[in-house]
Design a protein around this ligand. Sequence first.
Ligand code: KIV
Length: 266
Amino acid sequence: MARVTTLELKRKKEAGEPITMLTAYDYPFAQMVDEAGVDIILVGDSLGMVVLGYDSTLPVTQEDMLRHTAAVARGTKRAMVVADMPFMTYQVSPEQALENAGQLVKEAGAHAVKLEGGDPVLETIRKMVDAGIPVMGHLGLTPQSIHKLGGYRVQGREKETAERLKREAKALEEAGCFSIVLEAIPSWLAKEVTEVVSIPTIGIGAGPHCDGQVLVLHDVLGIFQEFKPKFVKRYANLREEILKALKEYVREVREGEFPTPEYSYE
Ligand code: KIV
């Protein structure tokens, strides 16, 4: 089975074939997401919130990403694996950023890295791409800047921020990004960005005009239910299903119904 590559993603954009992307953070879920035919698996730093229990993505470390990316890489055969670069692993200097990106590819098995922002990260992106590391950009609502943005809110509604976002998308393309995530921006703006760049845009809360869509796996499956942004569609309610199974186990053990001889050795 051929691995999805940056060239295949570009071909999909040109052919008008929607690109599918989901997050995953461990081996069993990576296997299922891969088997479902998803093109790109993002080992997102949303890991911090939906798996590690933090209230933002900021505390996620390089070590967290290395461990979870390696588990996801082991679970995939076809999907491209993109590792998110955690907060403060790429902002200090392009040299340090390159070392950290290199580690995610070389040690953890990522096929590409993703980092947030526009103008401030252009030099860093050029360095990574020159070193042979594919980079996915991320514009709009960039959760690592949550304190600066003042909350998880739609970006780019004002003319000035919309213009800046379009200019930065073009700049990311020129710096060598193979794709850009657009998060929580109006559909009309995502459409304009998608038309001005020749690399694929992947939307999350950015409407139907992007070249692809991404959601957080634990939102899609209804495992994470602490809050639900407007753009999240739940395709299952696994939290309820899992709770049902666990409560049944607890009841059976307490009432002596498990284990029966079927589950015991003579
Ligand atoms: O960390 C993440 O899951 C992400 C997606 C929301 C795109 O960056």
